[in-house]
Design a protein around this ligand. Structure first.
Ligand code: FAD
Length: 447
């Protein structure tokens, strides 16, 4: 919107069937976080689209980004029904805001029907008004668990417990960073009071060890864990449930930026992120990044970064942005403040290594290609794989439909390849989303 309002020609490409991203999921007027009402933002956006100030292309997947002398070429395909419909878009500046997906960790029984990601459960409720089960446990780590439980409770769901692997009270240690993000703490208070009203137990320092059931989820076993997530003996508890919404934070989608060699960094949550300066500019001139791609930080931060990214895009095109210098200054200060809050949350809800001990040899690590933990470990101990790529070639882990998005961090962790060097080295993917080879061929052969 900043680019369009500043007189630039702007094209918005979104793989979703509606704008709004993960948080708004196409909704018209849900409650907004940062005070900028989403309804107002959406009205302004729709107005610009109607006036042809923005060329909006929905259900369109960007699968490749290339640099050329005057800027970039973005190659796209249609949605799953129109995967062969490919096209290319030339642009002087590209703003990358491809978001993130749930980070999953395997454990015995995690492939049973009824076990799903926290984001999947939230999407079911928010997107389709469908509850994932009759007795639901929400588990993993991070404040997102509270958002998921809140969405389920608000839709009339029976949440049996929220199982948090870390100690949320440690946030007090980071109080200086946490306090200025008053809007966020208000959100947390709203979630916690909804849980208290429904008397939902919030089990701190507990972790899901196993999921059990004949042909679908019937119960889970949880244990109290120490600060490294190793189970404390004698604390096992069985919770009966038919749905488990589980997640351990998010992984940023950085593929398109990786294709043009943008510098990456390791975020404070230990995941990969695109490195940007205080104007959201990447190391590649004209490539700007915003939102979760620059480090997981939540919806308010993503929205503010989007505004600053718009300014940077306008400046790169040699124009003056419609935003005043003081508004830009306020925006960059707010981005820094919210980034500090996100860092405090990541320090409070880190990923600890104790989960690895529960991944027994029979546990599937790559569910697309059905590769077990034993095969992955053997690739290192028996076959001598020295890096993640060799493990992939030897086992097929990461070669399936999700292309390693779910299992790659697990494989790295189980094999001891979860170093910054390995993560950054593995950030190059020539194709960001699955696209038929025939479609690529016809794209390249067309005049
Ligand atoms: C399942 C899920 C639920 C979440 N729920 C919350 C929540 O309740 N509260 C909260 O604060 N945060 C939540 N988050 C974190 C959330 O990502 C951010 O808060 C916020 O949505 C980030 O905005 P974004 O613009 O960076 O990414 P998103 O909102 O994820 O937007 C990215 C957009 O890029 C599109 N896209 C991705 N790849 C491509 C491609 N190759 N081609 C074309 N389009 C593409 C996607 O369709 C999407 O519309 C959630 C994240 C996930 C994954």
């Amino acid at each position: 919107m900043v680019a369009a309002r500043s007189g630039c020609s702007a094209t918005v490409i979104d793989s979703g069937p509606a704008v709004g991203g993960q948080y708004y999921l196409g909704a018209q007027s849900p409650e907004g976080g940062s005070g900028l009402s989403y309804a107002a933002l959406r009205r302004a956006f729709d107005g610009l689209v109607a006036a042809r100030g923005i060329d909006l292309r929905l259900s369109t997947y960007a699968y490749a980004l290339q640099r050329h002398a005057d800027g970039f070429v973005l190659r796209t395909r249609g949605d799953d029904r129109h995967r062969h419909r490919v096209s290319e878009i030339g642009a002087r500046t590209v703003v990358m805001a491809t978001g993130a997906f749930d980070r999953q960790l395997p454990f015995p029984g995690w492939t049973l029907p009824g076990v799903m990601s926290g984001g999947g459960a939230q999407a079911l409720v928010k997107g389709s008004g469908v509850l994932p089960g009759q007795r639901i446990v929400v588990a993993g780590t991070g404040p997102f668990l509270l958002a998921v439980a809140y969405a389920l409770i608000s839709a009339g769901g029976n949440v049996v417990a929220v199982v948090e692997a870390n100690e949320p009270l440690n946030l007090a240690r980071h109080a200086r960073a946490a306090l200025p993000a008053a809007g966020k703490t208000a959100d947390l208070a709203r979630f916690v009071s909804a849980l208290a009203r429904k008397r939902v137990p919030y089990l701190r320092r507990h972790r899901v060890r196993r999921a059990e059931g004949l042909d679908r989820l019937e119960s889970i076993t949880i244990s109290r864990v120490d600060s490294e997530w190793h189970p404390v003996s004698g604390t096992d508890q069985v919770l009966e449930c038919d749905a488990l919404a589980i997640g351990y934070g998010f992984t940023a989608q950085t593929d398109l930026a990786g294709q043009v060699g943008a510098h990456m960094r390791i975020g404070s949550d230990g995941g990969l992120a695109i490195a940007v300066d205080d104007r959201q500019r990447t190391s590649i001139a004209g490539l700007i990044a915003a939102g979760e791609t620059t480090g997981i930080g939540g919806v308010d931060l993503a929205r503010l970064e989007g505004v600053i990214a718009g300014v940077a895009a306008v400046e790169h095109c040699g124009r003056r942005s419609a935003l005043s210098e003081s508004a830009i200054g306020r925006g960059t200060r707010d981005v820094a403040r919210l980034r500090g809050f996100a860092d405090a949350l990541h320090a409070t809800f880190p990923l600890r290594p104790g989960w690895r001990a529960d991944v027994d040899d029979a546990t599937l690590v790559c569910r697309c290609e059905e590769v077990s933990a034993a095969k992955v470990r053997d690739a290192v101990s028996d076959l001598g794989a020295l890096d993640a790529r060799s493990v992939k070639l030897l086992t097929r882990a990461g070669m399936g439909w999700c292309q390693g998005r779910v299992c790659a961090p697990t494989v790295d962790a189980l094999c001891g390849f979860d170093t910054a060097e390995s993560l950054i080295g593995g950030s190059y993917r020539p194709v960001a989303v699955p696209v038929p080879l025939g479609a690529i061929a016809s794209d390249r052969m067309s005049p």
